[in-house]
Design a protein around this ligand. Sequence first.
Ligand code: 16G
Length: 245
Amino acid sequence: LKPADWLDEATGPRYVRLRKRIEDGISNGLLLENAPLPAEREIASLSGVSRVTVRRAMQDLVDRGIIVQRQGSGSFVSDGPPKVEQSLSRLTSFTEDMVRRGLNSSSEWLGRGLYMPSPEEVMVLGLSPGDSVARIERLRRASDMPMAIERASLPVDILPNPLLVETSLYKVLEADGNRPVRALQRISAINLDAEDAALLGVDPGAAGLRIMRTSYLPNRRVVEFTRSIYRGDAYDFVAELRLAS
Ligand code: 16G
């Protein structure tokens, strides 16, 4: 990038303009994968903005997974998909997680409706003989990138009409006073089979994470039993640990 290219003439906060400039540089191929970015101080003088502005733009780029910062060696253009850092201590929905990161979430329907439950669904959801189960199966995308395949099962009295879920399942549950307040989540490593890999846009056998979430209402009733397959290269799960007392 030439010095004049660091900040365009457009209006808007300076850090946003600088961030967009760098993003454009990457999508135009002016800044290649793994290319080092100049030091903060240098970008500041090239673009005529303060270091605070540069820091803010860079932080945004790091949050979006567009650049990576390596301790002691500076910032580089990321060579992989943006990694989503997901807290393991908050019970949030996919839509909320993406909105918080400024990413656009969307879903492709893989299936939904009322079905005869599997023995596992009967057990986990505490269904009675003859009960149906509501299932919604979606391929979930963040800014158009496939991130996860989610297969959720719910008791029919909690989700009588799966067709009512447009974007967010948790929003529908919340509207009915059924938003889960606790969940147990189990994460295990897998290699993606050909079908799931194709949906997620990665090679068969690529690393994935299988996540099982069982969510509960305040009265301890199970609201949701969800089996998900997440892309291993797109997620970092992060938990805060404390010294056991
Ligand atoms: C998260 C949950 C999923 C839940 C979904 C609802 C995992 C790992 N995560 O993705 O259980 O069904 O959020 O999202 O299972 P929504 O409200 O955006 O539809």
